[in-house]
Design a protein around this ligand. Sequence first.
Ligand code: NAD
Length: 284
Amino acid sequence: MGYQRIDGKAISGQIKEECRIKAERYREQGIEITLAVVQVGNDPASGVYVRNKKRACEECGIKSLSFELPEETGEAELLSLIEKLNKDKTVNGILVQLPLPAHIDEDKVIRTIDMKKDVDGFHPMSAGALCTGQRGFVSCTPAGIIELLKRSNIEIAGKECVVIGRSNIVGKPAALLLLAENGTVTVCHSKTKNLKEVTSRADIVVAAVGKPKFITADYIKEGAVVIDVGIHRNEDGKLCGDVDFENVAPKCGAITPVPGGVGPMTIAMLMSNCIASVDLSESL
Ligand code: NAD
């Protein structure tokens, strides 16, 4: 029996197209959805992410404003820019590209963003809203995981879901979202004992371990759904995930590839959060 290859590229394309149509409708009502993208320093990886986000904005008809600050920018200066963007009624979303230089307190910067414009969903109020089932922005990668499952017609309710990883941006929110979809959720981490025993129970495994090809077939139940969040570049420059795809795929019911799985969903969900900001800012 063949496995289903979950096509994140195609699904993210559909979501961006839906965003484009919604942005156009807002424009007809006189609302130009605008995302402010703030980058401090010139980390090459961050540069690539920022460029990709701006390109996605163009595709979706969302206006992007660029704030490229030098590496030596002080914390106070960055905070005052954020305060200014918070007050600017023409700005719907604020994204500060992470990581920030070491002399800037990242948590303080995230807390300064108005939660009504927190399109990355990293503000503690957004995380709290997710935890208590209230309205708020959901961080993009975990939101993308749920969209991949739903749009691939994979049922979550009542399923054994195991999330490997407990970071604030992926593991924890992914677990909360699966719980909100009525999955029976277990979160594993670096101190989990008998990891294979736990993951082998799962109908749905979300791998956000941050270790290349860590998950092999012996971690996976026959027919399980495997979502690979990891992104790594191996010695010959090729991308791979936290899951050993060739080894695991034949045993799966469905699996996301890397690249072309979760990766493209993150930016699509950022676009979707920008669109949702119009309604959310009214109701938060
Ligand atoms: P992280 O390093 O913050 O978290 C890794 C988690 O894995 C930790 O909670 C840790 O407890 C757990 N872990 C580590 N070793 C383990 C082990 N041996 N057994 C069980 N658990 C273990 O990473 P993160 O920010 O959550 O990202 C995870 C992966 O996802 C990385 O590869 C990252 O590059 C990737 N990522 C991809 C996207 C995307 O858009 N696709 C977005 C964010 C992160």
